[in-house]
Design a protein around this ligand. Structure first.
Ligand SMILES: CC(C)(COP(=O)(O)OP(=O)(O)OC[C@H]1O[C@@H](n2cnc3c(N)ncnc32)[C@H](O)[C@@H]1OP(=O)(O)O)[C@@H](O)C(=O)NCCC(=O)NCCS
Length: 140
């Protein structure tokens, strides 16, 4: 199998990324906004299986000591084969001096625990769509 890891945003089909994020229940932001978010990120990872984009993720960072991970997705038919782990490890490796924070989709915490992430006891978030995020199970 031909697996390719791309660490820049060249030739990414943002409509496809947008569609896969909607299918993963990760929100319906438009393609140009997804493009802006990935292009403005410090690190991006896109995994291709032959020519098919099967997973991606991104990290934002100060480049010195703090970073955050967002938008990690593996296509359902390719889940459970280590690609999610591969995406996380690439993002973490690109920022070797940084701490990382993220919030998991409810139910996916174990995936991150296996990669040595730990639940934060004092994590606080200011969400623009606070009621929606509460309803989705992200906040108290
Ligand atoms: C979460 C997600 C990225 C995981 O990707 P994946 O490619 O299936 O994960 P991997 O195959 O790399 O799994 C790595 C390990 O985590 C475990 N794991 C993965 N998903 C899990 C889950 N939902 N619950 C418990 N364990 C899980 C795997 O069993 C594996 O364990 P092992 O190393 O002991 O074998 C993927 O399920 C996904 O894209 N989901 C939809 C979008 C989403 O929820 N994104 C997460 C945003 S926080």
């Amino acid at each position: 199998v031909n697996i390719r890891v791309q660490t820049n945003c060249l030739n990414i089909n943002w409509d496809y990324v947008t569609e896969k994020m909607i299918q993963a229940n990760m929100g319906n932001r438009p393609a140009e906004i997804r493009k802006m978010a990935f292009e403005n990120s410090s690190s991006v990872v896109f995994i291709f299986h032959s020519d098919l984009l099967i997973g991606f993720g991104r990290a934002i960072s100060d480049g010195a000591y703090e970073a955050a991970i967002y938008d990690v997705v593996v296509l359902p038919e390719f889940q459970g084969r280590g690609f999610g782990k591969m995406i996380l490890e690439h993002l973490i490796d690109t920022l070797p001096t940084c701490n990382f924070i993220l919030f998991a989709v409810p139910g996916k915490e174990t995936f991150y625990e296996k990669l040595n992430f730990r639940k934060m006891k004092t994590g606080m978030a200011l969400f623009r769509r606070a009621i929606l995020m509460k309803e989705k199970g992200y906040t108290d």
